[in-house]
Design a binder for this molecule. Structure first.
Ligand SMILES: NC(=O)c1ccc[n+]([C@@H]2O[C@H](COP(=O)([O-])OP(=O)(O)OC[C@H]3O[C@@H](n4cnc5c(N)ncnc54)[C@H](OP(=O)(O)O)[C@@H]3O)[C@@H](O)[C@H]2O)c1
Length: 257
């Protein structure tokens, strides 16, 4: 492929770092975005050395209201036009809805929904002007059903899935939009979300490196949406055979102690 700039959000850990590694191996220059600078600087040094690419590190809290405009300004001032955007940064909460702080829920929804839309909007317009581009949106297996005790997070991921599948049709053929839905991955996500996966769910876990490689492959193959992993695909497909209420009851079983 021709040399392109790829912007990866949430690149300081987990799946985002792995997306950066996969794209670096494809010789994309990279813009890494997250709040923590040190892990991104370490990753940038590794990738510059290994893949001989340019890597720009942009520390930014993407849950702030002007995050998309800030990123646009930062990249414009460097003359960088990303034609690949990986919208990966997100966090979740597990636990009782009534026990969660309103401010934290709002922060999560600004990051997981509002600013994901703003970033997509801002950079898709630039890609349209450039004549081409790819956008990869990270949803989740949780997008496929209501999940009590993770209600707002799962609903946010349902938004991402629906939003991305709609844009896949609307923005084609100039801009390809692909949604990737991972199942459980051992990343910092569990600690942030205060979530302990049940033993029975651990068989479905995949390394973030595998999820990233398959997600990027699906994006370049211009797929609308992909669930990663055999067990996870069966889970997502089987949601078609249950009522939404039944799925919520099953989801509750998976999340409660
Ligand atoms: N792990 C799982 O089991 C799982 C399953 C399904 C879907 N997912 C999805 O996979 C994606 C990646 O998650 P992960 O598992 O890799 O979790 P992770 O290791 O916690 O990574 C989350 C990334 O998002 C960044 N981030 C969080 N808040 C941010 C903010 N306000 N501004 C900028 N960046 C922010 C974090 O960086 P900083 O803290 O440095 O800002 C970090 O780089 C997310 O969309 C998640 O919902 C995860």
């Amino acid at each position: 492929m021709a040399k392109e700039w790829a912007q990866v959000t949430g690149a300081s850990s987990g799946l985002g770092s792995e997306f950066a590694r996969v794209l670096a191996a494809k010789k994309c220059d990279l813009v890494l975005v997250a709040r923590r600078v040190k892990p991104m600087e370490r990753l940038a040094a590794e990738l510059r050395e290994r893949a001989q690419i340019e890597v720009v590190v942009l520390p930014l809290d993407i849950s702030t209201s002007n995050a998309a405009a800030t990123l646009e300004h930062e990249l414009d001032s460097r003359g960088i036009l990303p034609t690949i955007l990986v919208n990966n940064a997100a966090f979740g909460f597990s636990g009782e809805f009534l026990g969660q702080e309103a401010a934290s829920l709002e922060e999560m929804l600004r990051l997981d929904i509002l600013n994901l839309v703003s970033l997509t909007h801002t950079f898709a317009r630039k890609m349209a002007t450039a004549g081409h581009g790819h956008i990869l949106l990270v949803a989740s297996l949780a997008a496929y059903q209501p999940v009590p005790l993770m209600a707002a997070y799962a609903a946010a991921k349902s938004f991402v899935l629906s939003f991305g599948e709609a844009l896949h049709v609307e923005l084609a053929p100039k801009i390809n939009v692909t949604v990737v839905s991972p199942g459980l991955m051992e990343t910092e996500f569990f600690g942030v979300a205060n979530y302990k996966p049940k033993e029975s769910l651990k068989a479905s876990m995949l390394p973030a490196s595998v999820v990233a490689a398959r997600g990027v492959k699906a994006m370049f193959a211009r797929k609308p949406s992909i669930v990663i992993g055999k067990i996870n695909n069966v889970s997502a497909f089987s949601t078609r055979f249950f009522s939404r209420h039944m799925l919520a009851l099953l989801g509750h079983r998976m999340t409660k102690d």
